[in-house]
Design a protein around this ligand. Sequence first.
Ligand SMILES: Cc1cc2nc3c(=O)[nH]c(=O)nc-3n(C[C@H](O)[C@H](O)[C@H](O)COP(=O)(O)OP(=O)(O)OC[C@H]3O[C@@H](n4cnc5c(N)ncnc54)[C@H](O)[C@@H]3O)c2cc1C
Length: 365
Amino acid sequence: MTYDYLIVGAGLAGCVLAERLANESQRTVLLVEQREHIAGNAYDVRNEEGLFIQRYGPHIFHTKSKRVWDYLSRFTTWNGYTHRVLAQVGDRQVPLPISLATMERLFDRPFTAEQLAAYFEQRRVERSTIENARDVVVSQVGEELYELFFKNYTKKQWGLYPEQLAPEVTKRLPVRFDRDTRYFDDPYQGLPEEGFTAMVERMLESPSITLRLGTDYAQVAGCESYRRAIYTGPIDAFFDYALGRLPYRHLRFRFETLSAKQFQDVGVVNYPNEHDYTRITEFKHLYLQSHPKTTICYEYSGVEGTPCYPIPTPANRRLYDAYRARANELDNVHFVGRLAQYEYLNMDQVVERALDLFDWIRTSD
Ligand SMILES: Cc1cc2nc3c(=O)[nH]c(=O)nc-3n(C[C@H](O)[C@H](O)[C@H](O)COP(=O)(O)OP(=O)(O)OC[C@H]3O[C@@H](n4cnc5c(N)ncnc54)[C@H](O)[C@@H]3O)c2cc1C
């Protein structure tokens, strides 16, 4: 049989496109995934204790886009979870992003919005040009908060100090002049009530979609017949690394199940300074699960594990652009998603790009 589309990768990008092409355009789709599961890095599953875990680190859906929210809401209801993050600083845990609540817990005194503005004004370090990620931080909040929250966390996360990283890594610091302790201020946020994997399963229910797990692109290229392809894997792998490898920062996850109802007060606690892990996630907060036990996950950043974060240096950008130029020469292959576009993208951005690509395909196919 000749499929209308081969889709490589059953993460969100691949699954949104499979769903749209099958259900909206009545196309036949062969969807191949090298792992033994769907949902890509958003994959979640119940462990042997019946507790939800996310194998590739904490994933919380949040978006400003009603279009994306409405689209995904066809396949799931949402659990209403609001994400909160604490940072362990010395002997106390304080909310992130930095707000009046953070400053009050850190310095044991009340802060008003005016006092916080004055605090920044006195400590901001003037920079005529912003040349690196350190400049971004110290020019907004000063050296003291830089040392407490950013310096060592960045070193742990990237293996480099902020002054060695491009300003884009930090972009703008979200600082709040109120006591809002939500991590994201997007109007739509939460987790799918039955998990991301169940949501994605529903997207793939059409009989026009043939899903093959444990199947690499290399196993079907040249063997299966299809008219067009959508590739959501690493762009450098598609071209057999002909121009070199695009580097990633990798993550390693260590899970522990404890005979305790609760380990920490919120879903994620960051460790900017102490310990070699960057953060600990306790999943039952995210899934609003009640259970006599709890599963936590220590997250380590390094050069081994799952490739997670593209490293944003000008040289890597140039290498990606060179691959992109090759990709643009191919008429019948589309590249979309975090690996194919070598860009850190949140789930809502990936869904939006997949929907945009579908709209484009629909008018041109
Ligand atoms: C630690 C971490 C935490 C995150 N937290 C959040 C969060 O809280 N909120 C949020 O919105 N986003 C979060 N993200 C981002 C989120 O993971 C991505 O937006 C999303 O997974 C991207 O979907 P994708 O389909 O582009 O890629 P992926 O999910 O990576 O899916 C691509 C799929 O392609 C498969 N594949 C690759 N090559 C081949 C091949 N040759 N043959 C067959 N299959 C192949 C892979 O196995 C993979 O399953 C986080 C990311 C990380 C790393």
